[in-house]
Design a protein around this ligand. Sequence first.
Ligand SMILES: Cc1cc2nc3c(=O)[nH]c(=O)nc-3n(C[C@H](O)[C@H](O)[C@H](O)COP(=O)(O)OP(=O)(O)OC[C@H]3O[C@@H](n4cnc5c(N)ncnc54)[C@H](O)[C@@H]3O)c2cc1C
Length: 517
Amino acid sequence: MASALREHHVVVIGAGVGGLVAALQLAARGLSVTLLEAADTPGGKMRQPLVDGAAIDSGPTVFTMRWVFDQIYASAGARLEDDLSLITLPVLARHAWSAGEEMDLFADPGQSRDAISRFAGPAEAARFVQFCQQARAVYDTLEGPFIRSQSPTLASMAGDLGLKGLAVLASLGPMSNLWDALGRHFHDPRLQQLFARYATYCGSSPWDAPATLMLVTQVELDGVWSVDGGMHALARSLAALAERKGATLRYGQRVAEIEVDGGRASAVITDSGERIAADSVVFNGELSALGLGLLGDSARRAAPPLTPSQRSLSALTWSVHAETTGRFRLDRHNVFFQPDYGHEFGDIFARSRLPRTPTVYVCAQDRGDPAAVPAAERDRLLVLVNAPAQDGRPLNDSEIDACESHTFSLLARYGLTIKRTPQNSLRTAPADFQRLFPGSAGALYGRATHGWMSAFSRNGARTRIPGLYAAGGSVHPGPGVPMAAMSGQLAAATLMAHLDSTSRSRRVHISGGMSTR
Ligand SMILES: Cc1cc2nc3c(=O)[nH]c(=O)nc-3n(C[C@H](O)[C@H](O)[C@H](O)COP(=O)(O)OP(=O)(O)OC[C@H]3O[C@@H](n4cnc5c(N)ncnc54)[C@H](O)[C@@H]3O)c2cc1C
């Protein structure tokens, strides 16, 4: 069996977290794995461009669900803590609604309750405690039947949830959206807004996202870590571990075509014309790229592309290495709200334009660790506002300039002045994300989780072409670093299950390590 596995050659396309995890787990199981990545480094969206000599985390910044990575490393006989230094952040995020109107959420729920009590009164703090209980129940209910399941359907979910699970979901209110569900918990609109923002972690609007997305809140309340060396260090570590397990990783190799022979994926062709035969292929790019024909005509039927209205949020970001001044005390994760939250999502999803009143997120990657040396004179910052995907009319420079000016003047009003210059600031717009991640139209989280059925509409690890599997934030269980990592596990598990003919009829499911059945 071992030599048969070694003879099975898998080509993984893309070194995003989903592709890296799939490559690692398949190599650890003894398969022959070649990973081809278009960029010069691993990580995909976990990228770290150099700005003014400083490496700035310019993709994901919030590291949650550490247990997912503990299991992935363990499944390859390694320990996460041996490769990476993770620090538990005491402050989850600092939030501001105007100059001086600020509130922190803490890793310690008691501290959060006290902070909410001081900020919005003891009754609101009691409502926060009730909310946490409901969010926990939703998370616990959905983790097994949905998040860890290979490709859940309404029918499989109904069976797996049982009466207790169905009762938890029914308690959210029939077909309730996240915004309304939060309105039933919180009387202070600022807290409703704070917890509604978690819909954006899946690239969605709180007004269209189902109330079940409150589980994202629970994920963050369960802990946020910072990674020494930035999130990109996680990608480098996964890549190195995959290589230690025998995978070959090749950078600067864009795959132009997936060949299909006799109805089955059989080879890939790089844009330099090299043909690499494959017994199986795992695609970690944006799933829509296949349906759009970006990987050749034969692969089109693997999965249909998203329509513009199904796309999730894009972003307008600034990676900055600069001195900051003002009374606002930067922590690692900082959120600056404006009062009219609905207008922001109306602009993005209904009017396809940059928000006139953006919520601004600032990651100060050198802050937040109480044991760290005092921040350097200049901060490494990622400033982010939500933006529409680029399926329709492209945004022009003057719209982007106007949004930039709203963004940085809002920060200054709230007490944070960032001394930017053209040399110390790198702007990334939706069109740039589209170039970096072909087929995405700049949307960063695959399909938006809009409506109760949307979560069931994501493709699973299997595609319609035998031998071609999918991993990444655009497939089940969805976007975010830990979820995309789980999709890599599911792709590896599905492929292994197909190799093992005896297990064909059983459902694939992630349990402790890579396991499958
Ligand atoms: C600005 C920003 C902020 C975010 N914030 C967070 C956060 O705080 N927390 C969180 O958990 N998540 C966050 N996310 C989402 C998270 O980064 C993604 O969901 C996750 O990293 C996606 O991983 P993936 O496996 O889908 O691969 P991707 O990161 O999408 O990478 C895919 C890779 O495939 C390569 N590729 C594509 N096509 C080809 C081809 N034809 N040939 C060769 N290579 C190819 C690409 O070059 C790329 O490297 C954020 C994303 C962004 C952009």
